[in-house]
Design a protein. Structure first.
Length: 239
């Protein structure tokens, strides 16, 4: 008799493949997300020219000011995601509407482990934002997988946001919901907060945010690390 035995175990490398779904549920989720007001606003803002933003300055300021914390985090995720090649211009446009964006990552530890994840497969970004009227800064991490999905997902991925605790104290943390959840804030006083990412989802592009009260006028060093795991399958044939 031929017996097939499947063994799953975590390794240090990833196994990714292009995967496309035409499921009705996926289409509904994507449509619902795209119709959120802050997502529509982010797309509109990203496509607007500098002169158009100046012409409609009061409109943009009012719309952004009225966003909740959750909505603003989602707005910024989409603005940053859609403007990776044009960040200097978008930083200038955001400044006009009362939003400070720092995304040059100088002094930040931005990394992906294992190193086998190539830039063409996943983009990891660290950035900080401050909305006019807020007393706190937002330290953000976001990742996009450029349309790839895992064949054999294993343990839940872990992503960290890390900062210099001498210059900023933890205030709060926020996630948009699935596929991201809060994992461990026990080291937040030391400048580390961990999140979980369910990478078995069809599209696990997402983000997480930590809110920080700055102690000093010094630049706040911060960064993010994404630790990615997966399972391989070994097939044994026994007669």
């Amino acid at each position: 008799m031929k017996k097939i035995i499947t063994i799953l175990f975590p390794t240090l490398f990833i196994s990714l493949t292009a995967f496309v779904s035409n499921s009705y549920a996926s289409e509904i989720d994507a449509t619902s997300y795209s119709q959120k007001k802050e997502v529509i606003m982010a797309n509109d803002f990203s496509n607007a020219s500098n002169s158009q933003i100046i012409t409609n300055l009061s409109f943009y300021k009012k719309q952004i000011l009225n966003l909740t914390d959750e909505e603003f985090d989602r707005f910024m995720f989409n603005v940053v995601k859609d403007n990776q090649n044009n960040l200097d211009e978008v930083k200038a446009n955001l400044e006009l509407v009362g939003v400070t964006l720092n995304i040059d990552n100088k002094g930040a530890d931005v990394g992906i482990e294992p190193a086998a994840i190539k830039p063409s497969q996943m983009t990891l970004t660290a950035y900080s934002t401050k909305k006019s009227g807020d007393s706190f800064w937002r330290l953000n991490t976001s990742w996009t997988t450029n349309g790839v999905s895992e064949v054999y997902a294993s343990t839940i991925d872990v992503v960290s946001i890390e900062w210099n605790a001498n210059d900023g104290t933890y205030y709060d943390a926020a996630v948009p919901g699935s596929p991201v959840s809060k994992r461990d804030g026990s080291k937040s006083s030391s400048g580390v907060y961990l999140f979980n990412v369910e990478d078995d989802k069809l599209n696990f592009d997402s983000y997480a945010t930590v809110y920080i009260n700055k102690k000093t006028n010094n630049a706040l060093s911060y960064g993010t690390k994404y630790i990615h795991t997966y399972s391989t399958v070994r097939w044994f044939s026994k007669r």
